[in-house]
Design a protein around this ligand. Structure first.
Ligand code: FES
Length: 143
């Protein structure tokens, strides 16, 4: 477990190359109800950090605070943007596999770093959310 946690922390910090003078990037989130939420992100922030720092109202998003343990930060990208994202890690892939409504262009928002080239990006919040921590708890209780 410790190994998993330290890998998650490594993954967490991999985005943090930004400083106060970092470029601003506009990101749009289409929420579950179809509402468009627009945020001004800093280059180097993860999309989870954007949601948290800008107080975007996305129900249940980022429940594990980016430790790759929940999949509630599942986001669906446009094909052309998805192709340009950094490579996915095995740890992200494993957690993503457990997300509801998985698509070919799905990623976990806590693992995707904002880049200048993403300015104007629109991502879709899937209709359903799976919190693997909760599912595991329910599983334990029903045994
Ligand atoms: S916030 Fe939990 S996996 Fe991303």
């Amino acid at each position: 477990l410790n190994l998993i946690l330290s890998m998650a922390q490594l993954a967490l910090t991999s985005c943090n190359l930004f400083d106060s003078s970092a470029d601003r990037v506009t990101v749009h989130f289409i929420n579950r109800d179809g509402e468009r939420l627009t945020a001004t992100a800093k280059e180097g922030e993860s999309l989870l950090e954007v949601v948290v720092n800008q107080n975007l109202s996305i129900d249940g998003f980022g429940a594990c605070e980016g430790t790759l343990a929940c999949s509630t930060c599942h986001l669906i990208f446009e094909e052309d943007v998805f192709q340009k994202l950094d490579a996915i890690t095995d740890e992200e892939l494993d957690m993503l596999d457990l997300a509801y409504g998985l698509t070919d262009t799905s990623r976990l928002g806590c693992q995707v770093c904002v880049k200048k080239a993403m300015d104007g990006l629109t991502v879709q919040v899937p209709a359903e959310v799976a919190d693997m921590r909760r599912e595991l708890e329910v599983g334990k209780q029903s045994k």
